[in-house]
Design a protein around this ligand. Sequence first.
Ligand code: PPS
Length: 315
Amino acid sequence: MSKHRNKFIAVIDKAMADGNKMEPEDLLFLYKQVLYPSTICSPETFKALESFEARNDDVFLAGYPKSGTNWVGQILTDLVTTSAKHTENFNSLEDDDNDELEEFPYLEVGDAEKYQRMENLPSRRVIFTHLLPNNLPASVFKREAKILLLIRNPKDVATSFYHFSNALSPLPSYKTFDDFFTDFMKGKMPWGSYFDYVFEWSKHADRKNIMTITYEELKENRALGVKQISEFFELHLSDEEIQGVVDRSSFEAMKENSTSTHGALGSVLFRKGSVSDWKNFFSEDHNQKMDMIFEERLSGTKLGERLKYGVYCKP
Ligand code: PPS
């Protein structure tokens, strides 16, 4: 997998230092009716993003925050890097000393000049995003770049988001889970409402260039998931190479390696990596409210069905 993590760690360290100095009310800003963290996103970058030129062979990973983006992102990066060993791009992708080849992997995070620099990155670029489909630059759909869409059950997303928000200075913190839950249900979260996200992406889930995977099915059978992802992006790896990607993406392996891949963020990000931790935090009242909004907003939608709410979100 890519070893270029210096810029990633520098961006996170700076965000943490800036977050520590900021007033709580300044941590998030509103752009086109969605909240984002002020320490890592900006209106200037969003403006510049509109002219981002996607490539047909870009490898996109879309997921609402806390759905397992870093996990699946590592799988994708590892698959692309391993597959590139069979091509002439190998040297440039593997050049460890060249930090120019690294950009913060989330499309919408960084300075307004990053999209110009990204033009110099060799194919295939692996790009993560938490954005709603309507907020992606037009070229992504126009070029028909392939997108892996990652979804996770809302109760575990909320539980993960609560702990993440409280542990990181760039995000608002909450006295109780109940306070957090109120904001989550209203969509007052960085990157907006979970329910809007799944609803909006559901409209695109049938496109031939989009593959959906759930956190829960990947937990159930990582080897199968990795193989399906690799086939979808037409990456050619031997069985042995696929097994290497599977082994390197276990929760334990990623957590152990997290200081070098994620710096100080590592100990916060790789928290539990499990399914159903929500049962330790949701009250009867939280369950009722979540069940109701899920029924209202997502039941009957393509992605709502894929989430298997009855299996993963019922006590
Ligand atoms: S972020 O910061 O929004 O991009 O967070 P994201 O990476 O999307 O989600 C973090 C959750 O993913 C879990 N995770 C994993 N689960 C299983 N296996 C592996 N290898 C793995 N890596 C990360 C991580 O632990 C977060 O979930 P919680 O429930 O908080 O543990």
